[in-house]
Design a protein around this ligand. Structure first.
Ligand code: MTE
Ligand code: MO
Length: 199
């Protein structure tokens, strides 16, 4: 009987210690966007980090692509309960982008071309934990998944990985982003099941 019931739901339950509580594994790559997919031309692409003094650091597409490339293979976890293991990306480490930016900031707000925002502690973008990603599975990141470039912060629920990223604003205090103002947890650690406010 145990053999029959195992896997009966058609959803793979992770038992390898890599699937956070309440998550199931998928092989496809679901698309989750609040609105329509913005078309962002790499020729006009610009990425900005502005510090708490309002000082801006900006990169064009060629400038960003000239920075050292990393190839993270990571597990991602969506708050809607799908997880995907061993996803392969290429991108620039946020350590590289933040290097040389003078700041006392504690938090970051992300800004995207669709108006989406999400907030993170600055420490969660440092220490080899976050990337500006421009390929997925060996191919340029598709518009649906945030191309030409998105944030990749795999240790937090995937709503923190802002697609079509345009700007990071360094802040001296925490402020809620789009989902965080609409009931989602401020931090979003999948291993603590921090899905909603109060979790
Ligand atoms: N700019 C932007 N980024 C976003 C979103 C969005 O609607 N707009 N959705 C978030 C949510 S809720 C999730 S789960 C992931 C989904 O990424 P995917 O569509 O590549 O799976 O992107 C996140 N980043
Ligand atoms: Mo999500």
């Amino acid at each position: 009987m145990a053999l029959v019931s195992r896997g009966f739901h058609g959803k793979r339950r992770g038992n390898d210690g890599r699937t956070p509580p309440g998550q199931y594994l998928v092989d496809d790559f679901p698309v989750l966007s609040v609105g329509p997919t913005p078309r962002v031309d790499p020729d006009r692409w610009q990425f900005t980090i502005s510090n708490e003094m309002g000082v801006k650091h900006q990169w064009s597409w060629p400038q960003m692509r000239a920075l050292p490339e990393e190839k993270p293979t990571v597990d991602i976890h969506c708050v809607t309960k799908w997880s995907k293991l061993d996803t392969r990306w290429r991108g620039v480490s946020l350590d590289t982008l933040l290097d040389g930016i003078e700041t006392q900031a504690t938090h970051v707000m992300t800004h995207s071309h669709d108006g989406y925002t999400t907030n993170l502690p600055l420490t969660d973008l440092r220490g080899g934990k976050a990337w500006l990603a421009y390929t997925f599975d060996g191919k340029p990141l598709t518009p649906e998944h945030g191309g030409p470039a998105r944030l990749l912060v795999p240790h937090l629920y995937f709503w923190k990985s802002a697609k079509w990223i345009e700007k990071l604003t360094l802040l001296m205090r925490d402020e809620p982003g789009f989902w965080e103002r609409n009931g989602y947890h401020d931090y979003g650690d999948p291993w603590q099941e921090q899905r909603y406010q109060g979790d």
